[in-house]
Design a protein around this ligand. Sequence first.
Ligand code: PMP
Length: 315
Amino acid sequence: MKTINKKRITPILDYVYYDKQIMKYENACIGLGANSLQYGSSVFGGIRGYVNSNQQIQIFRLKDHYKRLITSAKIMSFDYTISYDEFKNIIFELIKINKITKDFYIRPFIFCDQTFIGPKLYPNSYDLAIYIQTLAANTSTTNGLNVMISSFVKYSDNSISTKSKVGGSYVNSMLAHNQAQVCGCDDALLFNQNGYLAEASVANVIIVKDNQIFIPETSDCALEGITLRTCMEILTYNNVTFHRKHIDRSTLYSADYILLTGTAMMITYIKQLDGRKISSDIGEVGKLLQNQYWKIINNEHDLSSQLLESYYEHK
Ligand code: PMP
């Protein structure tokens, strides 16, 4: 008999939250007919936790991730909610029971394991699950990426909400990312149906050209990334101006620097796009963002206290 795969590709920590309780990963089983498995009817988040040199555990922008998760569920009309304090307490319990000592990644998701057939929404059939993974060292932050423009187009906000992290919608990212890998690239940029840049497969984009900073318009179908928001706050903190703008292909090919931002890759840069050299380093704006982001997560920045949630053990 096949059991839940213990040799997971990325190690998931032993204890998870499922069915309103904390249990072993192996016991948290979802049925074959689960609506979320069959139709992608879930919303999810991805959150980083850091263990600093003083062994303090800090979670980056937990409240903002919580809000995006709950908003995603609302946009999808999923019948589920939870207060921030309850959500935070579950995560704190998981940190404690998993005895976390290294940087980690939290994956909360709201899903439906009812077995009704058909892409329908049912009341009272959504629930929250959370697991935590350890993080592999990320080298892309320093090396830069070789990226291509995907032939897959980003879906429009009138097809699936682009402001909601919907499980099923990630097939779009998967197709673009896989195409890039097959073509020997690290990742892909996706244009929207109007021919403007939306984002990368799981990251937002910042363009630096002629000493100006451009970010795609909010209506250009990118997710509202929390790392991008942090970058904009860092720029504002440093009195550096940026503009929201439709970004076309020519602007990308002629950019001085193209930065990617996201929870997974943090802040990195594109060294080559469609075989064209963009830059051999991250540039001044990228350095400013990387340095100050690093200070924020290490609790050494004026913005740290409002952006980090400190873990404390319940007595
Ligand atoms: N766009 C997409 C499609 C993503 O999945 C992600 C990762 N969540 C991002 C952008 C970056 O968002 P964040 O900075 O909140 O991780």
